[in-house]
Design a protein around this ligand. Structure first.
Ligand SMILES: CC(C)(COP(=O)(O)OP(=O)(O)OC[C@H]1O[C@@H](n2cnc3c(N)ncnc32)[C@H](O)[C@@H]1OP(=O)(O)O)[C@@H](O)C(=O)NCCC(=O)NCCS
Length: 329
């Protein structure tokens, strides 16, 4: 057993107030509430106003997690922000959040793993804290994916929303609880299935790129769908096996909220009945790295999970990346 167990001691979330409904979208592209609802499960998504920044929501989610735990910001040793839509190319959004919340004793950095950014960050933070190298870490998933959305492409623009979620982790003398197992994996051969193909340093934005919107999200939805079911299912299975925990012991499964049909297919594969699967996709759509920590905070504050419960999380995203975590709260 490692010297330290890594526990979640606080959670928080923040989403924009502005809401875009399926009806609103049907006035922008050729789509309908019926199509979006039956194919994805999404009804609404929260969209940042022009003046709002990724770091606004990330910082608010962090402040709420700290308040939830009753811990001062100065006691935080690390801040990880999983994001692909940071405020700036650099410095990192994590550094901007650090300044905003006053966590002046922390090291702060961003992690780019698309929708898996929160779970990849959770794995890194857990590994650090387990060694005793630091006591507390804020792990954040925060995205303004609507800034990367092509609002003329009905294949993608109906799917995404904005928001942030955060957890505060704390290292405690080993007690057999906390984060029991984590798993992260990537396959860069699948990069083209889901990407913003231009507008980075390889091909910086030009008027032609902006006109063609090739700096925005492009996706082969069908292929992503199949891969998502396989990879998230396998990731979830990997942490259950590593920890020796059966699916029947899981109090709540919190999957990445990309598509209700993907979620249902994975839950069936794992043998977890619908009552033990957390779903909030109707309200937020796919918020990328923020989806798992937003759902985790909602579930925790609603009393769906509490001390001693086993919680399973899984995500997948562009890269491809996929990961999972098993916690005993
Ligand atoms: C995108 C997704 C919802 C599409 O659902 P689907 O059942 O696979 O639908 P298809 O892509 O086969 O498209 C079926 C038809 O609906 C049309 N369609 C696509 N988007 C539409 C929309 N918003 N409204 C109406 N029709 C739409 C397509 O053009 C296609 O029409 P065609 O048959 O005339 O060509 C689904 O593939 C998906 O969720 N994939 C995973 C995406 C994902 O999770 N990405 C994020 C990863 S983190």
């Amino acid at each position: 057993m490692p010297e330290f167990s890594v526990h979640v001691v606080g959670t928080g979330r923040a989403v924009p107030e502005r809401v875009l409904t399926n009806e609103d979208l049907s006035r922008i592209v050729q789509t309908s509430d019926e199509w979006i609802t039956t194919r994805t499960g999404i009804k609404r998504r929260h969209v940042a106003a022009d003046h709002e920044r990724n770091s606004d929501f990330a910082a608010l989610a962090c402040s709420r997690a700290l308040a939830d735990a009753g811990c001062p910001a100065e006691s935080v040793d690390y801040i990880f922000v999983g994001t692909v839509t940071g405020d700036l190319i650099f410095p990192s959004t994590a550094c901007l959040v650090q300044a905003r919340i006053g966590a002046h004793n922390a090291a702060a950095w961003d992690l780019s793993a698309a929708c898996s950014g929160f779970l990849f960050s959770l794995e890194q933070a857990t590994a650090l804290l387990r060694t005793g190298r630091g006591k507390r870490a804020l792990v954040v998933g925060s995205e303004l994916l609507t800034r990367l959305t092509n609002w003329q492409d009905r294949n993608t623009c109906v799917l995404f929303g904005d928001g942030a979620g955060a957890v505060l982790l704390e290292a405690r003398p080993a007690d057999g609880g906390g984060v029991l197992a984590t798993f992260s994996r990537s396959d860069g051969r699948l990069a083209d299935l889901l990407s913003a193909p231009q507008g980075g340093s390889a091909e910086p934005p030009t008027p032609a790129i902006i006109e063609a919107r090739t700096n925005k999200i492009q996706m082969k939805g069908n292929e992503v769908f199949k891969y998502a079911v396989r990879s998230m299912g396998a990731a979830a299975q990997a942490v259950l096996s590593e920890a020796g925990v059966g699916a029947e012991q899981i109090k709540l499964f919190i999957p990445h909220q990309a598509n209700i049909r993907i979620i249902e297919a994975i839950a069936t594969r794992l043998g977890i009945d619908a009552e033990r699967v957390y779903v909030n996709i109707a309200e937020y759509g796919n918020t990328s790295a923020a989806s798992v920590p937003i759902a985790f905070d909602e579930a925790r504050r609603a009393g769906r999970i509490g001390p001693g419960d086993h919680v399973l999380m899984a995500a997948f995203g562009g890269g491809f990346t996929w990961g999972s975590a098993l916690l005993k709260l």
